[in-house]
Design a protein around this ligand. Sequence first.
Ligand SMILES: [Zn+2]
Length: 134
Amino acid sequence: MTKIGRNDLCPCGSGRKYKKCCFQKSEQGYASNNAPPIKLSEAILQIAEPLMNKYPKREHITVLIDLAVFAWNISLASGEKREEIEDKVIELMPEELDAVDIAAIVEQADMLVERKNKLYPAREYRVLRYFNAA
Ligand SMILES: [Zn+2]
């Protein structure tokens, strides 16, 4: 068996580097990730959990999920991109929430980023909101 270098093009033809593609699905990839596959939807809910307990109102749920998605992506992004994502998430906030609520919730974003890094340190998949998949 020929050994594929981590920085070689992936043999599946995706055009991405092996380490960013099928390596992650390989046994070796699992070992280095040290984690089983996850459903991102469950991961997002898990990350948002402390906030969901704190803000249990129904109209908060969409915001909390957006924020957890935001936290996930922001943990992968660098400076400029972070600001872009931040602006976007504030735009997505529903009108029925007042500014105080939104500010209080957005303040928790750092905690969510920390939670993501702690719970899913090796996960590099970007997450898109279902209605925002542009
Ligand atoms: Zn591949």
